[in-house]
Design a protein around this ligand. Sequence first.
Ligand SMILES: [Fe+2]
Length: 391
Amino acid sequence: MQGFEFCCPTKIVCGKDALMKIGDELKGLKVSKPLVVTDQGLVKFGIAHRLFQILDSQGICYQVFDQVPPDSSLSVVNGLAALYEQNACDGFVALGGGSVIDTTKGAAASLSCKGVDFATLQGSEILDATLAPIIAIPTTAGTGSEVTLVAVVADTERQVKLSFTSYRLVPPVAILDPALTSTLPPKLTATTGMDALTHAIEAYTSIQKNPVSDAFALGAIALIKENIFIACAEGGNADARSALALGSLMAGAAFSNAMVGIIHAIGHSLGGLCHIPHGQAMMLLLPHCIDHNIARGLHVGLYGDLLHSLDEALYLATPAEERATAFAQLIHRMNARFHQEYEVPINLGDLGVERSQFAAIAKQARYDGAALYNAQEISLDDVLGILEAAY
Ligand SMILES: [Fe+2]
């Protein structure tokens, strides 16, 4: 066995009414005045209010920043850091999807590196100082950011997504409460869930995979496939929501250690240049990237293994040499079902992407941080072929 490292230091508080434990968790982290970070959608739908009520009932003094946009940027990160300092806060509570949690990580990193231009921190293991504690409370089951070492923040001027990577960015506590995702519409449940599935699949096929990340990835795939369609059809099903949230978290722990590859490299580029939401980009690209890899003889055995996690009966009924293709077809069928039942777009053309943008998307994807962990160097032709197939 090759040597490896695996780190997942996050305390996981999961289950019905888990949010009620926020006071104890803040106390455990010695946080007496947290800055609660969230977005306007969560305020509008009353999810943020639920957290505020609990904090109020537990006598916790806090500040609120509720202006994180869906596609957060360096300026939002800097604004959040300034608010934290002005109000003498001593920790963060991040309530939201990937954008909220990543913005919070960015602000915590910025505060720990006073005097350093935040944009120059891009890359890995560059944060020396200890960050202010973050309690991450995801309201989508997708990014896994509550346990990952990654923060993705947009540089809106350069139209590029910057990936910040450091073990110091891993939140010490994650709270998964099914009530927080019960009103998430089916479309968002589907796209964010397919982002989580992509994390597990890319972690399992990454050049940095290891036996522990594999175990997390396989566990995640089993939870996601069993619960994603139930959660879409029955939003208030607390068991399915909890299981999907846990699947997303486990996929996050897998890719936080094994990293991701070509699918995320292209997805980040689609996000930066065409403003395609991350989960939507992942769902749309996933089967075509798997097709692309199989055609080049990449990960054929691994995809064959994954068929077992996705559909054991089909795995047993399929000859070994056909399992990878059967796996790809199954992912295509999942997308077709989301499209048919919930009108989720599964073609780039339907999202307004123009073929004239392909060259720029391909160029940026080649240099994305995720490309470093792909099994082969990504060529412009690789990306152009995948974009054309997904069009
Ligand atoms: Fe992702």
